[in-house]
Write a protein that binds this ligand. Structure first.
Ligand SMILES: *[C@@H]1O[C@H](CO)[C@@H](O)[C@H](O)[C@H]1NC(C)=O
Ligand SMILES: *[C@@H]1O[C@H](CO)[C@@H](O)[C@H](O)[C@H]1NC(C)=O
Ligand SMILES: *[C@@H]1O[C@H](CO)[C@@H](O)[C@H](O)[C@H]1NC(C)=O
Ligand SMILES: CC(=O)N[C@H]1CO[C@H](CO)[C@@H](O)[C@@H]1O
Length: 363
């Protein structure tokens, strides 16, 4: 079992330097203001109104005009010939949008484990901040933070905590309780516990966090199962009463993968519409119960069905008004180069296609 914290960075404007754009780099699209000249051998290719990309000439797609960075039609009135869902009308942007940063929770069968061998601390990623993302979900291992021999009430491991804080929060001021860039994420996917018990444990965590003096930050509560079975699993009934928070700043975190069993282990998506379909029930539940949702994990393969499915999921979320944020699974330096949902720069498999085509349109 793992406790998770997540934090947000304020987005920092990055002025693009004048340079040629590398293969797979962005070279145009709606609201894009960066460089438009592709590196020799590649051409600026229109993938959708939001994203033109430097690709080898053999790639399919329309070559972008060389003199403009504003080609593309406004959201909602498109006449684009791009295939599949590429526009999303009448949406409200997420308050928080980012990635999962894995590493400190790795090696969970070796406690406490050795830094650099069993686990690591991912460095902050300007790559994402520069693109406009503002949220990082940072998992850690509970048994490393609090030794099993002293139990939950024992002291925090100062070495683990120090690396956690120094690696991620060097530039963030103060203690957690006064740090407005922190969001508490109570526990990742609590599994094998009755939904009503999970609800009670989350309520206890919220009570404890507020009692510590941390009254300003948002708290995300989770249960096990994906959004698609939020209601049918009994979580909906257990959480319908609502977590009581004196500061009224709790959202419900759910996860959703788009492969056949919803585990996020297969790069094949069920269909190009499975994202919106799997979220529909949870979206309706949030609306009916007047609650806010946060999609803490979503990931899928880099193929056209998955790209459309992820686009459709985010479109529904932003049109619904009840989802305040999302984070892509996953970044972190220890994912193998072949990991199909990796968005770790520079070569993560999600960077060339899903990032520009299904994530960045929703920034
Ligand atoms: C946009 O969505 C809001 C909320 O659902 C709705 O009230 C409004 O009429 C919509 N506007 C358009 C142009 O569809
Ligand atoms: C913290 O990081 C240092 C390297 O910066 C490493 O030597 C040490 O083992 C780490 N400790 C823990 C508990 O992660
Ligand atoms: C969600 O699905 C359940 C069945 O699993 C159904 O009973 C319920 O009506 C659905 N809720 C909404 C809001 O669609
Ligand atoms: C698909 C996937 O690997 N999901 C993982 C997300 O991260 C949590 C831990 O933070 C794992 O439990 C999930 O399996």
């Amino acid at each position: 079992m793992k406790y998770l914290l997540a934090l947000t960075f304020l987005a920092v404007a990055v002025s693009p330097a004048v340079a040629t754009v590398a293969e797979f780099g962005q070279c145009g699209g709606q609201e894009y203001t960066g460089d438009t000249v592709c590196i020799t051998g590649t051409v600026c290719t229109v993938l959708n109104p939001f994203f033109f990309q430097c690709l080898l000439p053999s790639s399919t797609g329309t070559v972008a005009p060389t003199t403009t960075t504003t080609v593309g039609t406004p959201t909602g009135s498109t006449t684009s010939t791009a295939p599949g869902a590429t526009t999303c009308a009448n949406r409200t942007k997420f308050k928080f949008f980012g990635v999962n940063q894995s590493g400190a929770e790795f090696g969970n069968n070796v406690i406490p484990g050795t830094w650099g061998k069993d686990f690591t601390f991912p460095a902050p990623r300007c790559f994402f901040v520069g693109k406009g993302f503002n949220f990082f979900r940072v998992p850690f291992q509970l048994e490393r933070m609090v030794s099993p021999t002293t139990g939950l009430a024992g002291p925090l491991s100062s070495a683990y905590l120090a690396n956690y804080t120094s690696t991620f929060w060097t530039n963030l001021a103060g203690q957690f309780k006064s740090n407005s860039r922190v969001i508490f994420d109570v526990m990742n996917e609590p599994n094998g516990i009755a939904a009503t018990t999970v609800f009670s444990l989350n309520q206890a965590a919220v009570n404890g966090i507020r009692a510590s003096g941390a009254t300003t930050q948002m708290i995300l509560v989770e249960a096990f199962t994906g959004a698609w079975t939020w209601v049918s699993s009994g979580n909906g009934a257990a959480f319908a009463g609502g977590i009581k928070d004196p500061n009224n700043n709790v959202a419900i975190q759910m996860h959703q993968y788009l492969d056949s069993d919803g585990s996020g282990t297969n790069p094949t998506c069920v269909s190009s519409t499975i994202g919106a379909e799997r979220l529909a029930n949870a979206t309706a539940w949030l609306q009916q119960n007047n609650m806010k949702g946060f999609l803490g994990e979503i990931g899928a393969g880099s193929n056209s069905a998955c790209i459309s499915a992820v686009f459709g999921a985010f479109c529904q979320m932003q049109q619904s008004g009840v989802w305040i944020g999302a984070s892509w699974w996953a970044a972190g330096p220890w994912w193998p180069a072949t990991y199909f949902t990796s968005i770790e720069p520079p070569n993560g498999l999600s960077i060339p296609q899903i990032l520009p085509q299904a994530l960045m349109p929703f920034l």
